[in-house]
Write a protein that binds this ligand. Structure first.
Ligand SMILES: Nc1nc2c(c(=O)[nH]1)N[C@H]1C(S)=C(S)[C@@H](COP(=O)(O)O)O[C@H]1N2
Ligand SMILES: [Mo]
Length: 417
């Protein structure tokens, strides 16, 4: 999996150098840095850097009750304890929100999707209304959306490392039943050309301006055509209801198993390109940078890693001498979860948790374990999952400066009283 993706990235960088790839909105300096890291020569076409604009204020439409969410800047993290009484699918009203700016309130009747670019036959652009999409075959698929930065706080709190970005605990994930059309069907309907290589959906939310005032334009991230044609949906329903405002109304991209940024909300246009594409979301962001990585960073992030979370408040109190049924969930972007081991004594002794769901690709499994805490005092609860590809959560995650893909076993503190 890793090798072809690295090769893909290197090939694209070489094409950019030869003037055969586009990188609108990415600074020339960033492209040169990536190129240098990939071992290319230093001579390149001019890039773009647009000037500063004002910062935006948070804007999430749905209510964010304190018992369900922790608000973090423009984002809202789901409290795992609030999932204990929910089923497999995360109710929309408890589903985390990750917004670069704020939720645009769009009217489905006015909405259109424009598919355009030189990767279409004759280079013509094609428009679809929501009704047009609904006339194509509908597909339903259960999948999680998880932010690449989920668990970021633990780089600092467990490993003592400084990382940038929203300090999520483990609640930047939700699993929903999505209904929509296959992106492949829309691309074929639009007239996919033989030369197409990259597909870049773009959101209708406001342009994203970084803390230092750089306007990066609207949120967008290219996907290789192979993934776009494989299992990607244009979703217009979430858990049987029209897609809610905060989750991309009226239509979002849903890229199963990949980092959440791939699943562009409020999609307004999709560029189909015969040249490789770059955006800041696959050059500066959503790559791994740091001591363990090449100077230009890793290849752009794709699949999620393995994680586990207890459906318990951080620092929850439990009565000593009583049996408690403790519950949690584990998930992976690399295959269904086949095994979860738990420890209630800080990691000395381990036992298997009971799994309540079959291994589900792109989804999570719910699990439980019974525990009678012997005596009052502080305890750490640990859970370690293994997926069907044999990947297991490690004890520590190799650091990266932006704190992506934390997958180590989290030590969840509780107090026995
Ligand atoms: N247009 C647009 N799409 C977007 C984003 C955004 O800010 N704008 N955030 C991305 C990120 S980083 C994540 S993790 C997911 C979050 O999806 P959710 O808010 O529905 O949970 O949406 C992705 N799609
Ligand atoms: Mo994200």
């Amino acid at each position: 999996m890793r090798t072809p993706e690295f090769a893909y990235d290197r090939r694209r960088l070489r094409q950019w150098l030869a003037g055969e790839a586009r990188a609108d909105g990415v600074s020339r300096r960033d492209m040169l840095r990536l190129l240098a890291a990939a071992g290319g020569a230093l001579a390149a076409p001019a890039g773009l850097n647009t000037p500063a604009a004002a910062a935006t204020s948070p804007g999430i439409v749905k209510p964010l009750p304190d018992e369900w969410f922790t608000v973090r800047g423009t984002n809202a993290e789901t409290r795992f304890a609030a999932l204990a009484d929910t089923g497999y699918h995360t109710p929309v009203d408890r589903f985390f929100v990750r917004n670069h700016t704020s939720t645009p309130v769009l009217d489905a009747a006015d909405w259109t999707l424009t598919v355009h670019g030189d990767g279409l036959v004759h280079g013509r652009s094609v428009e679809f209304s929501l009704d047009d999409l609904k006339r194509l075959p509908a597909v339903t698929r259960t999948a999680f959306v998880e932010c690449a930065g989920n668990g970021r706080r633990f780089f600092t709190s467990q490993q003592g490392q400084t990382v940038s970005g929203t300090a999520w605990t483990l609640g930047a994930i939700g699993t929903a039943r999505w209904r929509g059309v296959r992106l492949a069907d829309v691309l074929h309907r639009a007239g996919l050309g033989r030369g197409a290589v990259d597909v870049m959906p773009r959101g209708l939310d406001a342009a994203y301006v970084t803390a230092d005032g750089t306007d990066l334009g609207r949120v967008r991230r290219p996907l290789p055509l192979s993934k776009a044609l494989d299992d990607v949906l244009l979703a217009y329903e979430m858990n049987g209801e029209p897609l809610p405002y905060d989750h991309g109304h009226p239509v979002r991209v849903l890229v199963p198993s990949w980092v959440g940024i791939a699943s562009i909300k409020w999609v307004g246009d999709i560029e189909v390109s015969a040249q490789p594409l770059y955006s800041p979301w696959n050059t500066d962001f959503y790559r791994l940078f740091g001591d363990a990585y090449p100077p230009g960073g890793s290849a752009p992030l794709t699949r999620q890693t393995v994680k586990s979370a207890w459906e318990l408040a951080w620092g929850a109190s439990l009565d000593a001498g009583r049996e408690h049924r403790l519950t949690g969930r584990s998930w992976s972007g690399g295959g269904g979860i086949v095994r979860v081991d738990v420890s209630t004594d800080g990691g000395t002794r381990w036992r298997r948790a009971r799994l309540h769901d079959a291994a589900h690709r792109d989804g999570w499994v719910r699990w439980s374990t019974d525990w009678r805490p012997p005596a009052p005092g502080p305890y750490s609860l640990l859970a370690r999952a293994t997926d069907s590809a044999g990947r297991t959560q490690p004890d520590t995650t190799v650091a990266n400066t932006q704190g992506y893909l934390f997958d180590a076993v989290v030590r969840h503190p509780v107090t026995v009283v």
